[in-house]
Design a protein around this ligand. Structure first.
Ligand code: BGC
Length: 731
């Protein structure tokens, strides 16, 4: 070896040894936290898990207070803190439901789920999520208990307002941004209630039956999108049974489908008190048992007595179950904690009740309001009005603080009357008459009706603001409220509003009817006489401003119904084909996949207002549909022109019909949509891709999705019943 090369190797070895030793010294000098940071997620989880006793692990898989699950102080593992959800961060409860009165816990009250879905604007889903996530983080919450993804199957479900839609595709599209918005803030979303909790009647006892096809085509897609596209970190298992087994005990639902097929790698949290049995829950994929048993208010709050509490320790010690079952659950919990940066002290603070959040609530409300009918009376013109008559208790009623677990202590709530006052200022005299009373036993009251009639007769314009409300907790069973743990008794508006509305429309046929609520009401008694009907949902803290803006044309309405409005209850498939559950406690989904418009359109039942329907103050023309197919991907292109006088937004909806199916399929199914914003006179060309899944159905017998060869019709329209262009494609 030459001298030069010997010299090279000696120098190389010296430098190498120096570098190695300095790295080792650095490692020795690293704090425990710094070395933790260098580990992979799995290594971090294992590092903690390996130090935990069995008791400590079990403490993590059940509640430790009404909205926390246990931590391990010794190892610096905090409790996991949760809050409802889904349209605002709920007020504080102390640890065990004693109200915290001295804390700043008001929050941004966002429009409810049905209102969000009525925007048909996934970008707003994302913004909605960022507000929720940011406020939850500010309030120290790790998990926000929403979105609610149950399919709106029955107009009587008291909780429809918390959910999004009757359609699995719209459900899937709205939820992805919603979840990402929350989780990008370092807070876990919780998609609930998995699965088929589509009625509140005896929700802790009923057994839901449905075909595999309905499960796959209608009820699962929202959760699938939440898991696979939204990467949701937690899922809440529902109260009800599914095919005879409680959802929280179901190995099929939790292990085979959710964690197996869908690849869910987060935490399954039970609905509050949904767990009924230790062995059934601990041996399946349920990770955390939550709830407060009512008896605890008498016997004390000993959370160790939970099904997944001390009993589990005993079962492991007696070798009835293996400790690895507990480990699997704790692993997931620790992993979610890491993924929301729970252990990171530098995690940024959220924001709370900001102008920006209120602005987002307003933006969503603006796009949520649906103009159902307009025979030339809207928008109102301020310059033509000296005196306006407002009738109805919902003009001044605040809705945020009721409805069950989704209640929000709103930082403020602009009622419709306040919104109109803000818009009209002092130039217009506003006269408000109650018309009806929101009260327990309240019925049509002739004195109030007479006042309202007099008021609308003597005004330049009149607006009726009525519809639903969230009910009283001590009066669950005798009226049609939008509230948890309660279904409506019928589709009629509460407090005999039909009587009042008939009298008001008779006195002033130009009265504009505004309905608040979570879904459809029976309008047959008066709708023919109304020239304008507006669906205003529960549109959040800025709802009143948004409504005034729509009524006076400052906002051009662009909301579309995310559910069919049947003319009467008996027309709805859940009532026409099945029956509302009785003492048998079985909810058999006899309508199968024919939920909502899939039923109305296939079986030719005329709805009051169709799925996807919503008018505008401008007009849109659709033209030049081109359909192109390459490698089983269908590309559509078409032009949309704003042919009216105002700027506005249109939701272009794409429905697919299988013309030659070997199984009965719906008349049409929504497979794509796009909301476009256009100035008056402007046009745009839209391109939409439809992949194989847009044409496939789930075959129960083969247990798989099938794409059949044959002809498919593609219908493009402004609602499910206002189809403007038709194309064809062959597979
Ligand atoms: C509801 C859940 C809610 C939980 C906690 C349950 O009664 O069904 O949606 O998140 O309570 O309040």
């Amino acid at each position: 070896m030459k001298l030069k090369s010997i010299f090279f190797w000696i120098t190389f070895l010296m430098v190498h040894t120096f570098l190695l030793s300095s790295c080792q010294t650095a490692e020795k000098n690293d704090t425990k936290e710094e070395s933790m940071k260098k580990l992979s997620l799995d290594e971090k989880v294992e590092a903690l898990l390996s130090q935990m006793t069995l008791e400590e692990k079990v403490n993590m898989i059940h509640a430790s207070s009404s909205f926390t699950s246990g931590g391990v102080e010794r190892l610096g593992i905090p409790e996991l803190t949760m809050s409802d959800g889904p349209h605002g961060v709920r007020h504080e409860h102390g640890r065990d439901w004693e109200k915290d009165s001295n804390v700043a816990d008001s929050s941004t009250y966002l429009p409810v789920g049905t209102a969000l879905a009525a925007t048909w604007n996934p970008d707003l889903g994302y913004k909605f999520g960022t507000v929720l996530g940011s406020e939850a983080k500010f309030r120290g919450k790790d998990v926000i208990l929403g979105p609610g993804l149950n399919i709106i199957r029955d107009p009587l479900n008291g909780r429809n307002f918390e959910y999004l839609t009757e359609d699995p595709y719209l459900n899937s599209r709205m939820v992805v941004g919603y979840i990402k918005g929350i989780q990008e803030q370092g807070v876990a979303a919780c998609a609930k209630h998995y699965i088929a909790n589509s009625l509140e009647y005896e929700r802790q006892k009923v057994n839901v039956l449905m075909s595999d096809r309905a499960f796959r085509e209608i009820y699962l897609p929202g959760f699938k999108a939440a898991v696979q596209e939204g990467k949701v970190l937690t899922i809440m298992s529902a109260y009800n049974k599914f095919r005879g087994v409680y959802c929280s005990h179901s190995g099929y639902l939790l292990d085979d489908v959710l964690k197996g097929e869908l690849g869910f790698d987060g935490v399954v949290i039970s609905d509050w008190n949904a767990v009924k049995n230790t062995m059934e829950a601990v041996t399946v994929g349920l990770d955390i048992e939550m709830g407060t048993d009512l008896t605890m208010f008498e016997t004390g709050f000993d959370y160790g007595k939970f099904h997944m509490g001390d009993t589990v320790v005993t079962l492991v010690k007696n070798k009835v179950i293996d400790e690895s079952l507990v480990d699997q659950k704790v692993r997931r919990i620790l992993s979610v904690m890491h993924r929301i940066d729970k252990f990171d002290e530098t995690k940024k603070q959220g924001a709370y009740n900001t102008k920006e959040h209120q602005q987002i609530a307003r933006e969503i409300a603006d796009e949520a309001i649906v103009l159902l009918k307009n025979e030339g009376v809207l928008p109102l013109k301020k310059e033509n009005i000296k005196k306006i008559s407002i009738v109805g208790a919902n003009a001044t009623h605040k809705h945020a603080g009721a409805g069950g677990s989704s209640q929000v202590k709103a930082f403020y709530e602009i009622t419709p009357l306040a919104g109109l006052q803000n818009l009209l200022g002092d130039d217009v005299t506003i006269e408000h008459s109650q018309g009806y009373e929101i009260g327990k036993e309240s019925k049509a009251n002739q004195k109030l009706i007479n006042e309202a009639v007099k008021s609308v007769k003597g005004a330049d314009a009149a607006i009726y603001i009525g519809g639903g409300f969230h009910g009283f907790s001590d009066d669950w069973n005798d009226n049609s409220y939008d509230a948890e743990d309660h279904d409506k008794v019928n589709m009629m508006m509460p407090f005999d509003q039909d009587e009042l509305l008939k009298a008001v429309l008779n006195a002033n046929p130009n009265t504009i009817v505004v309905l608040m609520g979570g879904g459809p009401v029976d309008m047959r008694a008066w709708s023919k006489d109304a020239k304008a009907i507006v669906q205003a949902w529960y549109a959040g803290m800025e709802g009143g401003n948004a409504l005034a803006s729509v009524l006076f044309g400052e906002t051009n309405p662009s909301g579309k119904l995310p559910m069919t409005f049947p003319a009467k209850l008996e027309d709805s498939p859940a009532h026409a084909l099945a029956k509302y559950p009785d003492e048998s406690l079985v909810i058999d989904h006899k309508e199968d996949i024919f939920v909502g418009y899939r039923y109305f359109d296939t079986y030719k039942v005329e709805p009051a207002f169709a799925f996807g329907h919503g008018l505008s103050y401008t007009t849109f023309e659709y033209k030049d549909l081109k359909v192109d197919k390459k490698d089983n991907v269908v590309t559509l292109s078409l032009e949309v022109i704003n042919t009216g006088q105002r700027k506005g937004a249109e939701v272009v909806q794409v429905y697919v019909k299988d013309e030659e199916s070997s199984l009965k399929r719906p008349e049409k199914e929504l497979k794509a949509f796009k909301k476009v914003f256009l100035e008056a006179g402007d046009s745009t060309t839209i391109k939409i891709e439809l992949k194989e899944d847009a044409f496939s159905y789930y075959d129960d017998t083969q247990k798989k999705w099938v794409l059949e060869s044959g002809k498919y019709t593609i219908e493009v329209g402004s609602s499910s019943r206002d189809i403007r262009l038709i194309g064809e494609v062959e597979f």
